[in-house]
Design a protein around this ligand. Structure first.
Ligand SMILES: Nc1nc2c(ncn2[C@@H]2O[C@H](COP(=O)(O)OP(=O)(O)O)[C@@H](O)[C@H]2O)c(=O)[nH]1
Ligand SMILES: [Mg+2]
Length: 257
């Protein structure tokens, strides 16, 4: 495992240096994972990187630079199981901040520091990198745009909160959220669902306008024909989330999950 460098510029509210981990879920991302991890190290030498190779069949793990930790899951668990593996790693090794970055080159490494700075300075529990907070310039298919608008409205009705980009996977989370996710994380399509669960759990979520790229290689995990299924499934899941809270209620004491 790589160690945080002494030049760490990220500070917790109490003045201590924040130990930060970037979690990169990767499923068949051999075409992009090398430049994604290299870009993260170039921009953020003080931040550790863990790649979760989720049963890829294209040897993604062999393309990860040695500077990062790789966890190879024995078979494809899906994005939820892969991300929870990363959050458990963050919890177990005492990280203060965990940032989720796609392995497809969509999330620019240069924006990661902005997310971390905002998280630490705003004292929020999670910061979501949004494509649509201040602009609608990001190119999307019509079906995706419809899905995002529908879920945005639905989540607003359920929580009273407005999230401009509820499906963005570009996020930074603090230790409280890492603790929650280490205990339980949705299995599939987790991004919109955790917005509702964290809001129920009295966590503060901020959005920050970020620059995002289009996926550089490979294919999206949510192609057109699964889009409608995605929206219906997520809408049902977040409705059920109104009446449950899968996480322990504590802000001071931690117990290994
Ligand atoms: N670990 C894991 N990662 C996945 C899986 N499906 C997609 N991903 C990764 O999760 C990230 C987001 O998926 P992506 O297809 O880019 O979704 P999109 O950005 O919403 O189009 C990418 O880094 C993928 O490699 C999966 O089954 N397992
Ligand atoms: Mg992506």
């Amino acid at each position: 495992m790589t160690q945080s460098q002494p030049t760490n510029r990220f500070k917790l509210p109490d003045g201590r240096k924040a130990r930060c981990l970037v979690i990169v879920p990767a499923y068949n991302e051999s075409g992009s994972i090398t430049s994604v991890v290299q870009g993260l190290h170039d921009h953020l030498p003080e931040v550790d990187v863990v790649v979760i190779d989720d049963g890829s069949v294209d040897r993604t793990y062999q393309h990860v630079p040695k500077s990062a930790t790789v966890i190879r899951l024995p078979f494809n668990l899906g994005i939820g199981g892969a991300m929870q593996t990363g959050y458990r790693f963050a919890f177990q090794y005492g990280y203060d901040v965990a940032v989720q970055v796609d392995g497809d080159g969509q999330h620019p490494p240069s924006e990661v520091a902005r997310l971390i700075d905002h998280l630490l300075q705003s004292n929020s529990d999670m910061v979501v990198g949004s494509r649509f907070k201040d602009t609608i310039a990001y190119r999307q298919t019509l079906s995706r745009m419809f899905g995002i608008h529908f879920l945005r409205l639905w989540i607003h009705l359920l929580t009273g909160k407005r999230f401009s980009d509820c499906t963005s996977g570009f996020r930074a989370a603090n230790r409280h959220v890492i603790d929650c996710y280490a205990h339980w994380y949705p299995m599939d399509y987790p991004e919109p669902e955790v917005l509702v669960l964290l809001t129920n759990h009295q966590m503060q979520i901020d959005e920050l306008q970020v620059h995002m790229e289009q996926r550089s290689t490979g294919q999206t995990s949510i192609p057109f024909h699964r889009g409608l299924f995605y929206v219906v499934k997520v809408a049902g899941a977040v409705l059920l989330d109104k009446i449950r809270d899968p996480w322990p209620h504590r802000k001071h004491k931690e117990v290994t999950p």
